[in-house]
Design a protein around this ligand. Structure first.
Ligand code: ZN
Length: 213
């Protein structure tokens, strides 16, 4: 089966060999490849211009169509997914969270779990910059000093525990674990940064309106 090496628009896997399941053409210049990503198993359609004959695409061998010099990609369907962190999440926690989302889409559960845990660790540093010791103690300290409510501390502990397993245990985290840790991590970031960010923005707008009046 032919392959086509490019980035997957679903899971952001870089330079991955998509497997070509079907090839067709609408006219002499435009050809369409119907492919699957071997990492996330999602379908990808590639529209291209190529001087190659369509029969060349149907070779029952690992010919990489992207390597032919006459091949030009015109369009990749769907458009690449843009992953983003909850609004107002500071760096580096935002990038760690986005990395977790990309790894989740690539079904790399252990690496994703580790990234979400690092995102949590860096997010909490924004509240406790001189915080030392283990993450468990830092979460509890923020809870005990009233900087985060106990319900949020419980969510943070769940992210920490799944992330710990991802980093150290021989047993790999499951897909369900990672979807759970992703949702909890998003919730923690929204509580810590998105909500205060929106409130601050509205207060600034209200103040500005008062000054203008
Ligand atoms: Zn993919």
């Amino acid at each position: 089966m032919a392959i086509f090496t490019t980035n997957c628009p679903h899971c952001s896997a870089q330079s991955i060999s998509l497997t070509v399941h079907y090839a067709t053409e609408t006219n002499r210049r435009k050809k369409y490849l119907f492919c699957f990503c071997p990492r996330c198993f999602n379908p990808v359609t590639i529209e291209l211009s190529s001087g190659l004959e369509i029969a060349e695409f149907k070779h029952d061998r690992n010919v990489d169509i992207s390597q032919y010099s006459q091949t030009i990609i015109l369009n990749i369907i769907p458009q690449p997914v843009e992953y983003c962190a909850p609004d107002y999440t500071p760096e580096p926690a935002a990038s760690d969270y986005i990395e977790g989302e990309e790894l989740k889409a690539q079904r790399r559960w252990r690496a994703a779990g580790f990234s979400y845990r690092i995102a949590l660790e860096n997010a909490l540093k924004a509240f406790d910059p001189d915080g030392s010791g283990k993450l468990v103690g830092r979460i509890n300290r923020l809870r005990d000093t009233g900087q985060i409510p106990s319900s949020l501390a419980s969510f943070a502990h769940e992210v920490r525990l799944i992330g710990n397993d991802a980093a150290h245990e021989s047993e790999r985290p499951t897909e369900k674990d990672i979807h759970e840790i992703s949702a909890l991590c998003e919730l923690v970031l929204q509580y810590l940064f998105t909500l205060p960010g929106i409130l601050k923005e509205r207060m600034n707008k209200a103040e500005q309106t008062e000054i203008d009046q």
